[in-house]
Ligand binder design. Structure first.
Ligand SMILES: CC(C)[C@H](C(=O)O)[C@@H](O)C(=O)O
Ligand code: SF4
Length: 472
């Protein structure tokens, strides 16, 4: 019998019941909750006369709708938008009613769900982790089976601690070789999506492996797994190793004492067996990856910073040609324009892809001693959690950013999506460290370019895209 992949192992160890029609019931160890996808789920529970079944498996925080400016210190009343205020209030009320641990808006532990889960040790190797949010794939960086679920599934998990699921296929993305200086995890994942496309991982759980992935910090692995969903896969995974163990050690929700020792022993098995079979294998040479910039309205429309945007006239496939024409029009770019000729209006450093301490450090290296270009209307740095913010301030990163002309904000999803006051105006170009660039994502008519934190900082000081390696 062939060996098992990491995904097979995680699936098998959580399988409650397999049905003949292919559907199955799996046990969920951790459920993370935010204000957007939970209100109807709690309401559904109430209407059915049910209660959450395992209170301590849940952890909640508001992130999408929270303002990131200092006024929010005034509390929920300070949220100007009514719908946003109601969502945040409803989350607070639901968590209070059922006794669910919640880091409220002004708690130092508040932040983006995918940043705070790992930060608190609430995400551990070997777990199943779900959240009503597509970027739950982030947590797979710990060798956990993690994916987004819909609101009706949020209700189901609350009520039963189980989920109806279907086993996915196995895909291996192997990235070998040493990553060039100045090239980061974000560039790896954008390059992967550029290669396989946004449908490339459809129906698969992607395991990222190879020396370039092993060499990454746990934060970098989170960035990669985060964007598995943009590669078409709901699940991204990285095998657990010493770095994973080191990261989770001593965190508030991590096991302690004898339980810790047992856990570490068990986590050693969270790797794919050498003879495991993958349905699909993709290989990338890390040494060839350059800093990436998305130019279009899909994450697969991405190029190296030294390239030129495509010319539709050279595309023979009519469907592809049409999508290039439309993307160029929306983005206000002309065929063959150099990426380094794209003028930026705003810069956003944040989101669950790139708002951890390592991301802020990388951006600060570039910002240090430089100034945001006068042509940039706004450059904001939004830490992923209050604890990331505190850590950055302890290291003096806030000062570096403020002196350079960046704004230093409170944690939240912020400009990643237009659900709170941070957004683009129509026609504006933004260098953004987030994960999605479809039309209107950061505000109606806004034009998003996905980049790494260092590339975003470099764009801020240069006014246009520049190969960050010229500034290091
Ligand atoms: C609001 C939420 C449901 C959504 C998601 O699931 O991903 C958001 O986080 C996003 O990034 O678009
Ligand atoms: S930061 Fe962006 S991608 Fe992440 S959860 Fe928030 S809105 Fe979704």
């Amino acid at each position: 019998m062939a060996g098992k992949t990491l995904y097979d192992k995680l699936w098998d160890s959580h399988l409650v019941k397999q049905r003949d029609d292919g559907s199955a019931l799996i046990y969920i160890d951790r459920h993370i909750i935010h204000e957007v996808t939970s209100p109807q789920a709690f309401e559904g529970l109430r209407l059915a006369g049910r209660k959450p079944w395992r209170i301590d498996a849940n952890i909640a925080t508001p992130d999408h709708n929270v303002p990131t400016t200092p006024e929010r210190k005034g509390g929920i009343e300070a949220i100007a938008d009514q719908v946003s205020r109601l969502q945040v209030q409803t989350l607070d009320d639901n968590c209070d009613e059922y006794g669910i641990v919640e880091f409220k808006m002004n708690d130092v532990r508040q932040g983006i769900v995918h940043v705070i889960g790992p930060e608190q040790g609430a995400t551990l190797p070997g777990m199943t982790v779900v959240c009503g949010d597509s970027h739950t794939s982030t947590h797979g960086a710990f060798g956990a089976l993690a994916h987004g679920i819909g609101t009706s599934e949020v209700e189901h998990v609350l009520a039963t601690q189980c989920l109806v699921a279907k086993k996915m296929k196995n895909m291996l993305v192997r990235v070998e070789g040493k990553l060039p200086f100045g090239v980061t995890a974000k560039d790896i994942v954008l390059a992967v999506i550029g290669k396989i496309g946004t449908a490339g991982g459809n129906g698969h759980a992607i395991e990222f492996a190879g020396s370039a992935i092993r060499d990454l910090s746990v934060e970098g692995r989170m960035t990669i797994c985060n964007m598995s969903i943009e590669a078409g896969a709901r699940v991204g995974l990285v095998a657990a190793d010493e770095k994973t163990v080191e990261y989770v050690k001593g965190r508030p929700f991590s096991p302690k004492g004898a339980e810790w020792d047992m856990a570490v022993e068990a986590w050693k098995d969270l790797v794919s067996d050498a003879d495991a079979k993958f349905d699909t294998v993709v290989e990338l040479d890390a040494t060839q990856i350059k800093p990436q910039v998305s130019w279009g309205t899909s994450p697969e429309m991405v190029l190296a910073v030294d390239q030129n945007v495509p010319d539709p006239a050279k595309e023979m496939d009519l469907v592809k040609r049409d999508s290039i024409v439309r993307a160029l029009k929306y983005m206000g770019l002309s065929a063959n324009q150099a990426i380094t000729d794209i003028q930026l209006d705003r810069v956003f450093i944040g989101s669950c892809t790139n708002s951890r301490i390592e991301d802020l450090r990388a951006a600060a290296v570039i910002a240090k001693g430089r100034k945001v270009a006068s042509t940039i209307k706004q450059a904001i740095v939004v830490p992923g959690s209050g604890l990331v913010k505190a850590q950055a301030e302890a290291e003096g990163l806030d000062k570096i950013f403020l002196e350079a002309g960046f704004e230093w904000r409170e944690p939240g999803c912020s400009m990643c999506l237009a659900m709170n006051p941070d957004r683009l105006e129509s026609g504006e170009h933004c260098a953004s460290t987030s994960n999605r660039n479809f039309e209107g994502r950061q505000g109606a008519g806004g034009r998003t370019h996905l980049v790494s934190p260092a590339m975003a900082a470099a764009a801020a000081v240069n006014g246009r895209f520049v190969d960050v390696r010229e500034l290091i």
